[in-house]
Every structure is written in C-alpha cells, then in structure tokens.
Design a protein around this ligand. Structure first.
Ligand code: PGA
Length: 263
C-alpha cells in the first residue's frame, strides 16, 4: 500500500466572511470524505479554524473529513505576548498541523530561521505536526540556490528535536513560484525532492530522514497537480490560491486521489 498523499490548503488571509469560510470548509469536507488515498488539511485564518475541527458529541466523535492546521504559531509557551497565539492553545482546540516559516511570514514579520525553528519545536512539543516551509528567492545558473536551500533547512531546524521527526513535513516552496503565474516544472521539483532528502539525511541519518514527507507549493492548481505529484514525486502539495477556489480545489482533490503510485 502506498502512503496517503497530503494536500494542505493554505487559505492565507482569505476569505473575508464567516459565510464564505463555512462554504469552503463544507465543500472541502464533502469532497475529502470520498477520497481514499489523500489526507486533506486546511489552514484557515485563526478565526475560522474552529469550522475545520471535528465536532465532538458526548456519544461519539463525529467523523471528520479534513484536518485543521494553523498558518502560524508563536515561539513562546504563554504569557505577555499581545496578539500572539501559542502552540498549546491551537492544539487544545483540535489543531493538528501548523505551518512554520512560510515565505510570506518570513517577509511580513522578518522571521529569522531561529524563530522558525523555535516555532517548529513549539508545535511538536504541543503534539502538532510542523509543516516547515523553505525555498529559494531566485535561481542562478551556478546552482547557488542549492546552498541557500540547504542552509535554510539546517538553520530552520536548529532547535528542532530529532525525536520529533515523525511530526515534521517539509514544504518546498520556491518563493519565485508562490503567487506566480506558473508552478515549477515537475522535473525540476523532482531534483529538489532528491536534494532535500539528501540534506535531511546528512542532518539526521538516512533511516530517520526518509520518513519525512516532502511537499511542493507554489502556483499549484487542478491542472498541474497530478503531474507535480506523479512526475515530481512529492508526497503532497501545499496549495494557496486554489484552496479557496471551491470548484478548482474540489477538482484538484479528486485528481490527486485518482493517482495510484507505489512508492
Ligand atoms: P499559491 O501559494 O498556491 O497561491 O502560489 C502557495 C502558498 O503560499 O503556500
């Protein structure tokens, strides 16, 4: 049996109303419950996260078809940090995944690799899975972007505990392909998957590193998703704009679920 593919929807700061948020969640859950080979995670803005969490009744836990993720978390466990949200607060309401180090956060809040690494550690400490986003700003003919990616991975995991590797996902998102017109080619994605596996195995050893899922993100849509998974050989996708476009995301989920590759 092949492992389930992982599709994460990063809603960013969308949509603007409860009505729209509930609509997107409902349609996403509806599709997700029919899938067999795909785990679907949605990361809405904080106020809408509760809609993505399984309702629990005294008698039974309602079967949930999507898992809830957050787009950010704070480095510290609690205290006088106005406007921040802790990992435990998220985990306690049922959030299972947390993005850390998204390029937009690194840009908006000038998050350093050390901050990102602390956030990843805080997330796993609170029993969530950390989805570490990494990726180069630009490409060059000399391959210096490879050094950039390697250094960023190492630095963004500097205080991450090795024993928590089972709660780590890497999302490779070349910044030039995020919010862009086109995604990276599947062949180029495949090269990066191999490179990232090598970097992880240099840090943690091959046996431990091989279990870390590697996703691709950056201008993924329902048209290019299947090729990126099948030819890019990623374990899943981090989807931005297309995850709040209901018809597109529904189609993307069905298309990805139809792929059956043994890995
Ligand atoms: P995009 O965003 O799919 O809209 O390019 C991806 C992301 O920011 O994770």
């Amino acid at each position: 049996m092949s492992k389930k593919k992982i599709i994460i929807g990063n809603w960013k700061m969308n949509p603007q109303t409860v009505l729209e948020a509930k609509h997107i969640i409902a349609k996403t859950k509806n599709t997700a419950q029919k899938l067999e080979r795909t785990t679907v995670i949605v990361c809405p803005p904080f106020p809408f996260i509760p809609f993505a969490i399984a309702r629990q009744s005294a008698k039974r836990v309602k079967k949930n078809e999507v898992k809830a993720g957050a787009q950010n978390v704070f480095t510290e466990a609690g205290g006088a940090f106005t406007g921040e949200v802790s990992a435990h607060e998220l985990s306690d309401i049922g959030v299972e995944y947390c993005l850390v180090g998204h390029s937009e956060r690194r840009a908006i809040s000038a998050e350093t690799d050390l901050d990102v690494s602390k956030k990843a550690a805080a997330a796993v400490q609170a029993n969530m899975t950390a989805v570490l986003c990494i990726g180069e700003k630009t490409r060059d003919d000399l391959g210096e972007y490879l050094d950039v990616v390697r250094d960023e991975i190492k630095a963004s995991l500097q205080v991450f505990p090795k024993r928590a590797l089972g709660q780590l996902i890497i999302a490779y998102e070349p910044i030039w392909a995020v919010g862009a017109k086109a995604a990276m080619t599947p062949a180029a994605i495949h090269e990066m998957v191999i490179f990232i596996k090598k970097v992880l195995s240099d840090i943690y050893g091959q046996v431990s590193a091989v279990e870390v899922p590697i996703l691709y993100g950056g201008s993924v849509n329902f048209r290019n998703a299947a090729d990126i998974i099948a030819l890019g050989q990623v374990d899943g996708l981090l989807v931005g704009r297309e995850s709040v476009n209901v018809p597109g995301f529904v189609e993307l989920l069905k298309t990805v679920d139809a792929i059956n590759i043994e890995k």
